[in-house]
Design a protein around this ligand. Sequence first.
Ligand code: PMP
Ligand code: GLU
Length: 397
Amino acid sequence: MFEVSEKLASLSPSETLAMSQRSGELKAQGIDVINLSVGEPDFLTPDHIKLAAQKAIDENYSFYSPVSGYLSLRKAIAKKLKEENGFDYRPEQIVCSNGAKQAICNVLISIVNPGDEVIIPAPYWVSYVEMVKLAGGSSTVLTAGIEQGYKITSEQLESAITPSTKAFILCSPSNPTGAVYSREELCGFADVLSRYPEVVVISDEIYEHINYTGKHESIAQFESLADRTVIVNGVSKAYAMTGWRLGWIAAPEWIASACNKLQGQYTSGPSSIAQKAAEAAYAGSQDCVVMMRDAFCRRRDLMVSLISDIPHARVTVPDGAFYMFPDFGHYIGKTFRGREILNSADLATYLLEEAHVASVGGLAFGAPNCIRFSYALCDNDLIKAMERIKDALAKLS
Ligand code: PMP
Ligand code: GLU
């Protein structure tokens, strides 16, 4: 009798959060689960950021903030964009939200009409396709397999553009693959897009600072895209602040004001305390960012060697983020005690039950043969987890 709306019924739950929750439930039963599912830094939020939040509480930042965030925070973000990226944004072009997740959803809901298409390279972050559904549009998924380094080509992009294309979502460094597009590759996309001036580019740069190539390149740097690129970023990953929920967009003014209007009816401005903490993150020393990136890079090297040691695993060396995305296609179709592993979601479930390691099946990322491991954990846990996985995979026949 009681039914959720058709829109909600068509929505898939977030697989990253679901696997993390299952891992938590097993842990609560006393099982020693190693959680490589949800992607979040294992570091603590740096002290100077926590102090700024405590100060904000003492100074009574307890009232509603402006919908798009305090001007002081938006100025700090504009300064970061100028100094780190060489971009000129005015505070009116910046909208702060409850995480980059809400920021992306705001943009899609603000620009997508029924019938509009949004181009999404796969493997993709789990939420993009669902957010496009929520916005009423449809996704055009472009697949880039491991043999092309999980990166789409500009020819693929061009072949997917139709008169209904509204937006192109690019995530570099990528979740889930860790692939990073070079300046030349981005320039190729910009050349294609210069022929389609009505397509909005949503550039998800949440892993900007977890980049092992030496320099972050943003697609927003190309002149032909300047008036239609939305940069998405936030403090979750760079400053180990996932729970604080503070993300933002830097966008053309018409998109920023649309998101402001939407957010004003939907959630209002993000947490006042998180905003003051984020301001300290951007204004303060960036040593913590470098320290965390270097630790992730060392763990990346460790994970590449551990996974390369697993028979039949195909790996790429990720240039950024903190995920490994091996192709475990060899193990799909195998059985354990008469139960067949039909796809990567089954494989992730098997690894959770048999190896007590939580991961996320590639199916949710549009890559049915792959498994995602977050390596934002200490070395010992990573070594133990990969040993367990190797043993569990060896039991499949
Ligand atoms: N984009 C990507 C690619 C992500 O991995 C995440 C983390 N879940 C987000 C956006 C959202 O980040 P936030 O924690 O700021 O909502
Ligand atoms: N970025 C993380 C992940 O992909 C957080 C979980 C989520 O928001 O999906 O695991």
